[in-house]
Design a protein around this ligand. Structure first.
Ligand code: ZN
Length: 252
């Protein structure tokens, strides 16, 4: 048996804890065997719990700080409730966003609507005081605002999303299985930020994958595929609007 719990066990533990340490809610989590793995090799989710690195250090066999009884209690009543939030740690000094194979360059103290659908800004970037800032709104297919990044702070409704995986330089939020709402990754080596996701807004659906961006509406009125574009010095990158029953997709 591998020491690492299977993916479905890890996900079950994240979901029951509302995507954070059961003791403090911190979204950076590790998987702890309340009945120690060294005593019995198991990955039984009923006898495991998610903890942040700090609380995990206090739950080991040589620590008295967090007893199994306390952990079982916290597992039933996790620190996180209906909404989770955390800062998103990136400090990119390059005014560039990569969306699939597309690039948006920003100027100093300028912002750009990376994705605007029917006058709603779903993704916005700005470059303020030499640092890149990031804002997004993530709606469910049913039209509910379920997750947001607001000036590099992210938050999500725990019952509105299926799963959240968080590391300081990377966040991944799922609407449903196989439906990634949003993934943002910051590579501190190259200082670049990349994003992908499935954005729903009213009857418009925008899918951003590493290869391309696809835009379509329920009615299938208009479909557009965008790749290898570079936008410099514009107010918006991708704008989807509706005029007299006709969809208009504008780039740059
Ligand atoms: Zn903790």
């Amino acid at each position: 048996m591998s020491r690492r719990p299977p993916a479905e066990v890890r996900r079950k533990l994240r979901q029951e804890a509302n995507f954070g340490c059961v003791e403090c809610g911190c979204p950076v989590i590790e998987y702890h065997h309340i009945d120690f793995y060294a005593d019995e090799e198991h990955h039984d989710p009923d006898r495991m719990v998610v903890l942040c690195p700090n609380h995990h250090a206090h739950a080991g066999p040589n620590s008295e700080a967090l007893t199994p009884d306390q952990l079982y209690e916290s597992k039933k009543n996790p620190a996180n409730g209906d909404v989770v939030d955390s800062p998103f740690h990136f400090e990119s000094e390059i005014p560039l966003l990569q969306v699939s194979s597309n690039k948006c360059w920003l100027r100093e103290n300028e912002s750009i609507d990376v994705l605007n659908v029917k006058d709603e800004t779903l993704v916005e970037m700005s470059f303020i005081d030499g640092l890149l800032q990031f804002d997004t709104k993530l709606y469910s297919q049913q039209g509910e605002l379920v997750a947001e990044v607001d000036h590099n702070e992210w938050s999500a409704k725990t019952d509105g999303v299926w799963d959240i995986q968080y590391q300081p330089n990377r966040i991944k939020i799922w609407h449903e299985p196989r439906d990634i709402g949003l993934e943002i990754e910051y590579d501190s080596e190259t200082d670049l930020i990349q994003m992908r996701g499935n954005f729903y807004y009213e009857d418009v659906f925008v899918r951003m994958t590493p290869e391309k961006i696809n835009v379509k509406s329920d009615e299938g009125v208009q479909q557009l595929m965008v790749k290898n574009s570079t936008v410099i010095d514009r107010e918006s990158f991708l704008e989807v609007s509706k005029e007299n029953d006709n969809y208009r997709v504008a780039l740059g």
